[in-house]
Ligand binder design. Sequence first.
Ligand code: PMP
Length: 404
Amino acid sequence: MNIEKIRKDFPILHQEVNGKPLIYFDNAATSQKPQSVIDALTHYYNTDNANIHRGIHTLAERSTTAFENTRKAVAEFLNSNEVEEIIFTKGTTEGINLVAATYGRKFIGEGDEIIISGLEHHSNIVPWQILCEEKGSVLKVIPVNDKGELIMEEYDKLLSDKTKLVSVNYISNALGTINPVKEIIDKAHGVGAKVLIDAAQAAPHATLDVQGLDCDFMAFSAHKVYGPTGVGALYGKRALLEAMPPYQGGGEMIKDVSFSGTTYNDIPYKFEAGTPNIGEVIALKAALDYVSELGLENIAAYEHELLEYATELLSEVEGFQAIGTADNKASVISFLIDGVHPFDLGQILDAKGIAVRTGHHCAQPLMERFEIEGTVRASFSVYNTKEEIKTFVEALKSAIKMFK
Ligand code: PMP
């Protein structure tokens, strides 16, 4: 991989922040966008902008074709069997909420159990809490060990014929832990439960394969995989999507509307009420094309090199304490420095042009598990370099000196 060439594809990287060259290590919050994605977005607004599906004029046809081409690209990216199994959403959060509000409301009832894990993002906790509150269902949580891994023996104990749904992330955005999702899915299916995989953090770092995994649902966000904000996709198995009631009512999701009754559109349109983020969906294809050109396996291998290098350098920093030391980890280092508040470190690093995230990373129960309020999180992407990591560690050391 030619990292210097890759870096040239990302215009935002070539700037100074607070008088220093930008070092962007906040990729687990959102990734930067290559020029091809920015171009796809501006091309759409400059030349093709029209509402999709209903128009017969040329612009409407162009935008509809480009929009539906992204659906094909997402189907390929997730290795789904059918293009109709791909629903466009605002992102992972909406994908999970959609499943909770439709599949959950229809198929999960009083006393039924939903299993999530202690590693989840709030967006894979709160929708289930809302559902459980409404239906009298019970939320169970797979606990996390001191390394930030799921305790699979405890998962085995939680599973029963009461389990209706298991919803876990593939990779934790807070710690980087890669979860054994295939095993989780197979075991859930063993008791007849359905499984949703939150692939928000996995999409830019791991090859996704919904057929190989045999998951029932999978959600991801475009913005974490070099695409625009405000769009994402939900995969669902055809039979499930067809059995689920609609999510929102409005245009596009209907076949016929009359005051005596309305019939709903076929999937995926049944779940796509209203005018979507057309330009952003179209630009998502450019992002997926970019990833497939580089090769996700190449990206993951390079990021792993960065992770190992950073882990090694950081382990020599005075007072460094890693939060999350899973054997199987991707691209994220969450840590604390003895006696220094994460927020203070984040501010000092920012003054040196280095963007890291500090806080609970939308995973407050996980922070509670480690009896901390938050961490400093450095998360790497394909355009980051070992030189940047070296600069970051030196900046960290000098920040620590200031506090000691
Ligand atoms: N789950 C995980 C694991 C995530 O990393 C994120 C985003 N940080 C989300 C869910 C929510 O994604 P979004 O805000 O794009 O809907």
